[in-house]
Ligand binder design. Structure first.
Ligand code: GUN
Length: 280
């Protein structure tokens, strides 16, 4: 019988633990600052959720809502100000940024020690070198979810669909570190369905609503769905056809309530890590 990888439940448990850890810290609480540029509705909702959860675990938070017309230089100036401010432990620059801003340059301006998203090349390099750094939140949350349910990665065939800087690439490195044999599927992959069908652990991070159907899933596979989309009907869905795939696999993440809450949980864990290890 298929079992659900319940991100709501696991993140709640981990956040309770984190709350206790924060409660035991001496001195001021950890502080997270969130920069949000423009009025992207999804970003507004995501940031609101992150700030709510900060309150729950006892992390101080501040949002910087900036107008869409904010120039790249103004943004770089704010990042530098937060870099210099010792009372700020973590800074999150909510993506996407407006087109006139070079996201890469802004992310690179952030002090790596405060990069709680783990997107700075320094932190991505640390991950590649298998050294301690700040790890991107969605990949980290997925690994925490598998660990919670004692799902073994070592020796397994892992297929990650998508190779973004935020999810696919760092996640493939984490699976590799955990002893998986990792294949990344992308737009140029020949016969992607056949490659997916080999996977013991299949991760859909392609950003295409319900692209992954049962024909791409091996019987008994573990299926992780990173996508979240709103269909014209108003219903939320992921990159996986949940109803059709669920009977083919051993474990599956729902959407919503799977990977999403784990991402937020990892952000809070990274913020506490940044607070405790003031590096660079
Ligand atoms: N936009 C969508 N997901 C994310 C995320 O994990 N971090 C940031 N900064 N922006 C996002």
């Amino acid at each position: 019988m298929t079992q659900i990888l319940n991100g709501n439940l696991v993140s709640k448990e981990r956040m309770e633990t984190l709350k206790q850890r924060v409660g035991r810290l001496g001195g001021r609480p950890p502080a997270l600052h969130v920069i949000r540029v423009g009025d992207d509705v999804a970003s507004e909702i995501y940031v609101k959720k992150k700030i709510e959860k900060c309150q729950f675990v006892g992390i101080q938070s501040k949002e910087w809502p900036l107008q869409a017309s904010t120039s790249q230089q103004e943004l770089l100036d704010l990042v530098e100000r937060l870099n210099q401010d010792d009372s700020v432990d973590g800074v999150l620059i909510q993506l996407p940024l407006p087109d006139h801003v070079g996201a890469g340059q802004v992310l690179e301006a952030l002090k790596p020690a405060k990069d709680v998203d783990g997107f700075h090349p320094y932190n991505l390099g640390k991950l590649l070198a298998r050294e301690v750094g700040l790890v991107p939140c969605t990949p980290l949350g997925i690994m925490s979810l598998l660990e919670h349910y004692d799902i073994e990665v070592a020796g397994k065939k892992v297929v990650v669909i998508g190779r973004s800087r935020i999810v696919g690439r760092p996640l493939s490195l984490l699976f590799d570190q955990a002893g998986g044999t990792v294949t990344v599927v992308h737009q140029l992959t020949k016969d992607p369905a056949e490659v997916c069908k080999q996977a013991d652990i299949l991760v859909a991070a392609c950003g295409r609503p319900e692209l992954i159907g049962p024909e791409r899933v091996k019987e008994g596979a573990v299926v992780i769905d990173v996508g979240i989309h709103r269909l014209p009907s108003g219903k939320l869905c992921g990159d996986v056809q949940f109803e059709k795939v669920k009977d083919h696999c051993s474990w599956i993440t729902p959407v919503p309530g799977g990977v999403g809450p784990m991402t937020i949980c990892s952000l809070l864990e990274n913020t506490v890590q940044a607070y405790q290890t003031k590096r660079l």
